[in-house]
Design a protein around this ligand. Structure first.
Ligand code: MN
Length: 208
């Protein structure tokens, strides 16, 4: 585990031309709140898992972002999230992208770490990587035109470890024979996010 200082690039409105992330990209969003139908998208963070984070900051109603949309819609690039359900709804609503294929570290953790109910990013980083991350800036104002250095560091930390977590979780999924089950759950997540945006909460369409 490298303790080196992460490299953080802040972009306004879209990714620059020609930037690529390889076959999988870690993705997170920061928003004005936790309701995808109410709150607006402020920031999308991305990392190739190489210690570098690219942050795309959005002004209200300025979501054209052709480069970012193309990346998120690229079927050859797996998008790794922690709690994909929320981010996928935000991405669908504001960027108009049906984002897939998807990997969710929280879903993977729930499928293999059945001995605990600690599946938050902070818990996964601690338990699986021995890395301590701070969640202190989680509730700060992400709509501010100038984000503070501590907000940028926090936003970056939400994507910097997802590749390493995926590697650890994939090993556990293989060990427990649940990789196929996980793949099925991941494939459903874009539909789950769409249902959220249309007003079907939780198990509404699956329950008796
Ligand atoms: Mn975040």
């Amino acid at each position: 585990m490298s303790a080196s200082v992460p490299e953080i690039h802040l972009h306004r409105g879209d990714l620059p031309d020609g930037l690529t992330f390889g076959e999988s990209v870690a993705v997170d969003t920061e928003t004005m709140g936790l309701l995808p139908v109410r709150d607006r998208l402020c920031l999308v963070q991305l990392s190739a898992g190489d210690g570098t984070a690219h942050l795309v900051q959005f002004e209200k109603d300025q979501y054209a972002a052709p480069n970012l949309r193309a990346l998120l819609a690229d079927p050859a690039v797996t998008k790794i999230f922690q709690y994909a359900r929320f981010d996928l709804a935000m991405i669908r609503r504001f960027l108009g992208v049906d984002c897939r294929p998807v990997y969710c570290t929280k879903v993977a953790s729930k499928l293999v770490r059945t001995f605990t109910d600690r599946h938050g990013l902070k818990d996964l980083c601690h338990d699986l990587l021995g890395v301590e991350i701070s969640k202190q800036q989680q509730t700060s104002d992400w709509g501010a035109p100038e984000l503070k250095p501590e907000q940028l560091r926090y936003a970056a930390s939400d994507v910097l470890y997802l590749h390493q977590l995926r590697q650890k979780l994939d090993a556990l999924l293989a060990r427990e024979g649940r990789a196929e089950l996980a793949a099925g759950c991941f494939a459903f997540l874009p539909y789950r996010a769409h249902l959220d945006l249309l007003g079907w909460s939780d198990e509404a369409v699956l329950s008796h």
